[in-house]
Design a protein around this ligand. Structure first.
Ligand code: URA
Length: 209
């Protein structure tokens, strides 16, 4: 049976409601809130990041902090409208560690990825994206290949399950970390992020987006 537009929105709203009280998360005791995906449920392109940071956890919105602003800038450069995409993360609760007395974000653990996978699969099942863009290594390893090498394979497209095409780009947080530390590497990775997203925009346009 065909899924109507209304069904997609209703199903996503239902999934979000369930996710917001997820009991399965190893971070349930420390999280401020669950950060579910957002965007257009009819999107052909789904962007999947690593996990919420401090601003995302405060606002409840994915890519709402500094790396989100850089992502917005890159999307604008290539003419991709954020509101027409679906943006989410492989894990929906902030993962942190203590470093020199400060609380900092860290990559998701295997247990966190496993606990969160049903929410990600739920989003994939409802959106049914033609194109999946993994932002950073954890998403690429979760959705493309567990041996994925971002520095070598970013911007390349692979065929995935259910007729999806999948690619990965540098994480804007990584680009930001290079700024002021290694200017040449910063400019190179920023350019790569924009160029890779330009390919995504062109492919999305071929798909009639
Ligand atoms: N980094 C991510 O991977 N996702 C966000 O939502 C924010 C920062």
């Amino acid at each position: 049976m065909e899924t109507t537009n209304l069904d997609k929105q209703r199903d996503m709203d239902g999934l979000r409601t369930q996710a917001l009280t997820c009991p399965g998360c190893p971070n349930r005791a420390t999280r401020l809130r669950v950060v579910f995906g957002e965007g257009d449920v009819h999107a052909k392109v789904m962007l999947v990041g690593q996990g919420p940071g401090v601003v995302e956890e405060q606002t409840g919105r994915p890519f709402a902090g500094p790396s989100g602003r850089l992502l917005d800038q890159a999307l604008a450069e290539v003419g991709l409208e954020r509101g027409k995409l679906w943006l989410t993360n492989v894990i929906k609760c902030r993962a942190v560690k203590s470093e020199k007395g400060r609380t900092v974000d860290r990559a998701p653990s295997a247990a966190e990825l496993k606990a969160c996978r049903p929410w990600l699969e739920g989003e994939l099942g409802i959106i049914q994206p033609a194109l999946i863009v993994c932002i950073g290594v954890p998403a690429a390893k979760a959705l493309i290949d567990k041996k994925f090498k971002l520095s070598e394979e970013h911007g390349q497209f692979r065929e995935g399950p259910n007729g999806t095409r999948r690619t990965a780009v540098f994480h804007p947080a990584y680009v930001l970390r290079l700024r002021g530390v290694d200017q040449a590497a910063y400019e190179r990775t920023w350019r790569a992020l924009v160029d890779d997203l330009r390919l995504v925009a062109a492919t999305a346009q071929d798909l009639g987006d």
